[in-house]
Design a protein around this ligand. Structure first.
Ligand code: KG4
Ligand code: ZN
Length: 364
């Protein structure tokens, strides 16, 4: 690598307004600043993320968050080598706010824009923490909107092995929390309640367990929880804790079973000792991390997951994805659209010379 690359990352695809500055050189990425402004309080009364409230909150918060990230890095915009902004997938109003801000900074300061796929940010996030996550690795990406296994061959080359057929895992956690009136965001609250619950009290289904492939399905599990709630009527704290514990036990069995099958697909890619990487908000769950770690040890894999603050949405991972793309010579045109849907496998397409949404070596 000729010279270090310093990139501002902007993330606004869901309910975190985030900006970070990262420097990438031969020794790897170094996060110079990392600011996340959560919106949980604004969404809590609605027990879920309200897209319009999210977009408005991004508009109100983003300037200050970017200024804080630049101040934290002790840099001016002129010192940047590029501006990376999430361009999707996500809630379109929020994505537009962050992408437009990124475009404006890139244009005003004559810097390249890198339109980043949010999923690529999560996919590369374990590399923020140190040199452990070297390519290739098997990625379990589990967040509020996504639940998939991806073979990460290198930056820009991703192959999806399986996805959810209905709900994402984070969504299933959030829906259970809503059903039990635990509060918002649901995942951490379900995890906490599960710690004091009896995981054997409710016999919940484990959809697709023992079946071929590594797709997921959580709809049946969610419906079974709803049926138990209906049957019990008024719920005690202990009922709630037991249901959370039983739900989480089912999730652990499903995740372990599906991961075992994904490893069978990944083994021929890697051959010797593989690496299993978990990323996305649900990867913050200690019980899931522990189960994956045990499975990895059993199968001779290394297990790597980012520190908790880089599991949930953040801009350091967007800055990293942007810097890596910039290093490869890619930047994007200012006309790059906000994409509410954008499968990660498309990234491989973006790297093919015959396909030109990314301009090699171009300044936006
Ligand atoms: O990656 P993320 O911050 O946003 C998306 O891109 O979706 O993930 C948020 C999701 C939410 O569904 C949240 O409930 C879940 O991750 N989550 C958890 C935990 N922490 C966050 N789920 C289970 N256990 C947790 N500790
Ligand atoms: Zn995310």
């Amino acid at each position: 690598m000729e010279k270090p690359l310093t990139v501002l990352g902007i993330e606004t695809s869901c309910d975190e307004t985030a900006a970070a500055v990262l420097r990438l050189d031969e020794s790897g990425p170094r996060v110079l600043s990392d600011i996340v402004l959560g919106q949980a309080a604004q969404h809590a009364p609605y027990k879920g993320v309200v897209p319009e409230i999210a977009a408005r909150a991004h508009v109100e918060g983003l300037d200050g968050v970017i200024a804080a990230a630049m101040r934290g890095a002790n840099l001016g915009f002129a010192d940047l080598d590029g501006v990376a902004a999430t361009a999707g997938p996500g809630l379109i109003g929020g994505v537009m706010v962050g992408l437009l801000a990124g475009k404006a900074i890139a244009l005003a300061h004559d810097k390249p824009l890198i339109a980043v796929n949010h999923l690529e940010g999560h996919a590369l996030s374990p590399r923020l923490a140190g040199p452990g996550a070297t390519f290739p690795y098997l990625l379990l990406l589990v967040s509020g909107g996504h639940c998939q296994f991806i073979a990460v061959h290198e930056v820009g080359i991703y192959r999806r092995y399986g996805s959810t057929m209905d709900d994402a895992l984070g969504e299933a956690f959030d829906k259970l929390a809503k059903l039990l009136e635990l509060g918002f965001p649901g995942g951490p609250l379900v995890e906490k309640a599960a710690q004091t619950g009896d995981s054997t009290r409710f016999a919940l289904p484990r959809p697709l367990l023992g079946r071929e492939g590594c797709d997921f399905s959580f709809a049946g599990l969610k419906t079974a929880c709803a049926r138990e709630v209906e049957r019990l009527g008024a719920l005690t704290q202990q009922d709630k804790a037991d249901l959370c514990a039983s739900f989480q036990a089912a999730v652990l069995d499903i995740v372990a079973d599906r991961t075992r099958n994904a490893m069978r697909l990944f083994d021929p890619v890697w051959g010797a000792k593989g690496r299993l990487v978990a990323a996305g908000g649900v990867a913050a769950n200690a019980a899931i991390r522990a189960r994956l770690e045990a499975l990895a040890a059993e199968r001779g894999y290394d297990f790597i997951a980012p520190p908790l603050r880089w599991c949930t949405d953040n801009a350091a991972m967007i800055a990293l994805a942007g810097a890596e793309r910039l290093r490869l010579g890619f930047s994007d045109d200012l006309s790059f659209p906000a994409r509410p849907r954008w499968p990660l496998d498309d990234e491989a397409v973006r790297l093919r010379p015959s396909h030109k949404p990314g301009r090699k070596g171009a300044k936006a």
